[in-house]
Design a binder for this molecule. Structure first.
Ligand code: PMP
Ligand code: GLU
Length: 395
């Protein structure tokens, strides 16, 4: 066998695959509208960009400790205390090249062959693959439109057995936009910690919430929660800093230390320049977030209304993140512009080929009855993309 177990078992990332395809088509001059990548279309705010430029000019160009500079870790502790009611010290913080790496380090630090990791589904594509990298088994617990894609504590209890090591939660959720209430979260997380199971709480979309919804950090529910919950967050979404690569994990000192040890051998720290910009992001003005979220909200309202007006499509109105996850199984068995649609992937391919719009098929997120549409693109693109969708469905 040429390739390792890991290489053979891990699936490629559907989100990255689609967005790469869109970029290639655009480079060829094709007028494609991409709804694939979950990436704010906003530019990183000026003050943060300038902090990065200054860091270069000041010669902040050397390795930093793997877990990040003390200044950044202290700024993260301040943020977690003020915004999330979480008391951590800098030695309980690990910064990484994106929240993606933070999640991966923690999974690799906790999970082995034979362990099971519960992932409420629909779920972000990388969780399951990172669990597979660890040699552990992803156990998907499904929820659908009927519960706004929320799993119940009972669903979680049923999935727990002696091999269960970890539960991965993501509220607000990619791809569904679902936000659990504090009471719901407390019940679900309690099922895990009462059984000695660790929890990763990926809170990267915490600021992107609508209709007065508030995201909470389950680690703040009490000392027993602090002991088992590892909080992950990042700068990509809240500060439109996807390309800078900065995320972090906060948790019990021993868990974070082991995760840092692994990162020592992967990437060392993230970029020294990015870390300076990250401090500015946390300590500088925060009004950018409100402006961005208000714009996302307009798009959310438009896109859900439009999708729900189309025959064969229905869409839960999400309370967070910048995705909609419409049910498209009503289109199965129909021909769209001569192409038979029989699953989410054939629909996505047909829409790329016939309408020049790119969604991501739901299969990779755990539901073949849905597609994911990211509305982190301009209103102009959304209006045009929805027009193209409506027109092609009529063919
Ligand atoms: N978690 C979720 C749920 C995401 O959607 C993403 C996508 N970017 C990440 C983590 C990772 O983000 P980053 O690595 O850019 O911080
Ligand atoms: N998280 C974003 C998404 O889901 C970026 C791509 C990725 O890392 O998966 O589209």
């Amino acid at each position: 066998m040429v390739f390792s177990r890991m290489a053979r078992e891990v699936q490629s990332s559907a989100t990255i695959k689609i967005s790469t395809k869109v970029k290639l088509m655009r480079a060829k001059g094709i007028d494609i509208i991409g709804f694939g990548m979950g990436e704010p279309d906003f530019t990183t705010p000026d003050n943060i960009r300038n902090a990065g430029i200054k860091a270069i000019n000041d010669g902040m160009t050397k390795y930093t400790p793997t877990s990040g500079t003390m200044e950044l870790k202290e700024a993260i502790c301040e943020k977690l205390k003020n915004e999330n009611k979480l008391e951590y010290s800098p030695d309980q913080i690990m910064t990484s090249c994106g929240a993606k790496q933070s999640v991966c380090n923690v999974i690799l630090a906790l999970c082995d062959k034979g362990d099971e990791v519960i992932i409420p589904s629909p779920y972000w594509v990388s969780y399951s693959e990172q669990v597979v990298m660890a040699g552990a088994k992803p156990v998907l617990v499904h929820a659908d439109d009927s519960t706004d894609f929320k799993v119940s504590p009972d669903d979680i209890k049923k999935a727990i057995n002696n091999n269960t090591k970890l539960l991965v939660l993501n509220s607000p959720c990619n791809p569904t936009g679902t936000v659990y209430s504090p009471a719901e979260l407390k019940e679900i997380v309690s099922c895990a910690i009462d059984n000695g199971i660790y929890v990763i709480s990926d809170e990267i979309y915490e600021n992107i919430v609508y209709d007065g919804t508030k995201a909470v950090s389950p680690a703040s529910f009490g000392p027993e929660f602090m002991d088992k919950v590892i909080t992950v967050n990042g700068f990509s979404k809240s500060f439109a800093m996807t390309g800078w690569r900065l995320g972090y994990a906060a948790g019990r000192g021993d868990i974070i230390r082991e995760a840092i040890k692994l990162q020592d051998h992967f990437t060392s720290s993230t970029s020294s320049i990015t870390q300076v910009a990250g401090v500015e992001a946390l300590k500088g003005p925060q009004d950018f977030i409100k402006v961005m979220v208000a714009e996302f909200d307009k798009r959310r309202q438009f896109i859900t209304q439009k999708l729900n007006s189309l025959d064969g499509i229905s869409c839960v109105i999400p309370k967070g993140a910048f995705y909609v996850f419409p049910k498209i199984s009503g289109l199965f068995g129909r021909k769209i512009d001569g192409e038979m649609v029989h699953d989410s992937e054939s629909l996505v391919n047909t829409l790329i080929d016939k309408a020049n719009i790119a969604f991501v098929h739901g299969k990779s997120f755990g539901s073949d009855d849905h597609v994911r549409i990211s509305y982190a693109t301009s209103m102009e693109n959304i209006v045009e993309g929805m027009k193209r969708l409506e027109n092609v469905l009529a063919k």
